[in-house]
Ligand binder design. Structure first.
Ligand code: ACO
Length: 430
């Protein structure tokens, strides 16, 4: 490979392919014209070597364990900033000035209510419906209520739709929770910050005053920052693919939520906590480590491993600290699940199987313990992930729509089915 070309040789023919550098991270071999030139497709199931787009939003170095939003390390944003500042950064590319931040916070705050008629949708769901099922339905339904922000060719409508989604997602998530637990909906409050308002909508009841604990609100806000964006993961790629056809942003985000629900993606925090409960005590850890290593057993240690991070997930470190802060604030000194988690992490990090395969704890390993301590049932964990990831999905969707080279996403395939054959009447088939 020369400085800016790669040579592809097949038989006695060869082709030069352009190599494009990123600002940091791996170069890409541009194969956009490969089919036209060679008549061949590339084959990459799971996209392990494929850059599906050009993006300037989030950068991950999985070997170093680095995560940057618009160039800023996640550790600095989580330590010094707040979620709405990260939202502004992801959407607009720069950290806001004081005036920009005040204006943005105001606009988000004043879009938190949802159309009153939407609240009736909730009662159409069974009481025992999973809140993620409710989220997929109600977020998709936003497009039926906000027609004035579904014209994606209008930059103003794109921005209004983006703000609406960031603002209304906590309201919908809290309503899904309230419906799930059989309590009345609590309306948003404009005097509270984003995370405090969300906790208030989830945990306040009409019969008494509920004061939001600022330490817990800060932890909630940090959890939102850590989950805000993560480059071209499965749900983000789903949002981009859905959006590439020109679908409206509310429908695209609903598609992202559906993808996030899977246990290999956003559903892992729920699965990780369930696994810690199933293990139950430190003395049972070796049994589960052995099962995770057994090729004939489908069991995996949930909250371990990541497609991109082959080093400690930087978000997991911050999450671990947040977990300890929340448990200390709530006076939870002996949490058996935390004991199991700490010991499991220690054992796995020293086990050859996990070391060789570079399987480290991911963010989901600790987030479940924190969310449970905050008072959320496991069924809400992925909903909280979806709430936080909405800004990332929206920023990536906007970037795609505003990219002049954007086309509908249309992967090809390696066809392995029957070659052309003739239809037989049913009386002649064997
Ligand atoms: N426990 C035990 N073994 C594992 C685990 C695990 N958690 N994760 C991967 N492995 C093993 C696989 O069995 C495989 O072994 P092999 O090479 O001998 O066949 C090898 O490590 C590579 O695994 P793949 O599944 O090929 O890796 P991939 O990059 O496709 O998967 C994934 C990444 C899906 C996250 C995987 O590690 C996993 O299932 N982890 C558990 C679920 C989880 O925590 N998901 C959260 C992801 S983070 C997020 O969405 C926020």
């Amino acid at each position: 490979m020369s400085d800016n070309t790669a040579k592809l040789t097949m038989g006695d023919k060869s082709w030069d392919l352009k190599v494009r550098p990123g600002s940091i991270g791996p170069d890409v071999v541009d194969i956009a014209s490969l089919y036209a030139q060679t008549g061949c497709f590339t084959y990459d199931p799971g996209f392990t070597s494929t850059a599906s787009c050009e993006s300037a939003i989030t950068y991950i170095d999985g070997d170093e364990g680095t995560l940057l939003y618009r160039g800023y390390p996640i550790e600095q944003l989580a330590e010094h900033g707040d979620f709405l500042e990260s939202c502004y950064l992801l959407l607009y590319g720069e950290l806001p000035t004081k005036a920009q931040k005040d204006d943005f916070v105001h606009r988000v705050t004043y879009h938190t209510m949802i159309h009153e008629q939407m609240s009736r949708f909730f009662t159409g769901f069974r009481r025992d419906a999973h809140p993620m099922a409710i989220m997929v339905g109600t977020v998709g339904a936003l497009s039926a209520f906000y027609h004035d922000s579904t014209d994606i060719s209008d930059p103003h409508q794109r921005m209004v739709a983006s703000l609406r989604m960031i603002a209304k997602m906590p309201t919908l998530a809290a309503m899904a929770y309230k419906y799930h637990v059989g309590q009345p909906f609590v309306y948003p409050r404009n005097d509270l910050d984003y995370a405090s308002n969300f906790l208030h909508m989830c945990f306040a009841v009409p019969c008494e005053e509920y004061k939001v604990n600022p330490v817990l609100a800060r932890a909630m806000d940090r959890i939102f920052i850590l989950h805000a964006d993560h480059e071209q993961n499965a749900s983000t790629s789903t949002v981009r693919l859905a959006g590439s056809s020109g679908a409206n942003p509310f429908a695209c985000i609903a598609a992202g939520i559906a993808c996030l629900w899977g246990p290999a993606h956003g559903g892992a925090n729920e699965a990780a906590l369930n696994m810690l409960s199933e293990i139950g005590s430190v003395d049972r850890i070796p049994e589960y480590i052995a099962r995770a290593k057994d090729k004939n057993d489908p069991f995996r240690l949930m909250g371990f491993g990541h497609r991109v991070y082959k080093n400690y997930d930087p978000r997991a470190r911050i999450m671990q600290k947040t977990t300890h802060e929340v448990l200390a604030e709530l006076g939870i000194r002996d949490d058996p699940l935390l004991d199991v988690a700490m010991e499991l992490e220690k054992i796995a990090l020293n086990d050859d199987y996990f070391v060789e395969k570079k399987l480290y704890p991911n963010i989901d390993f600790y987030s479940g313990i924190t969310l449970r301590a905050l008072g959320f049932p496991t069924t809400m964990f992925t909903v909280l992930f979806a709430l936080a990831r909405t800004v990332g999905w929206i920023a990536q969707w906007k970037e795609m729509v505003e990219d002049p080279s954007q086309k509908i996403g249309r992967p090809r395939q390696l066809y392995t089915g029957a070659a052309q054959r003739d239809y037989l009447p049913i009386s002649q088939r064997r």
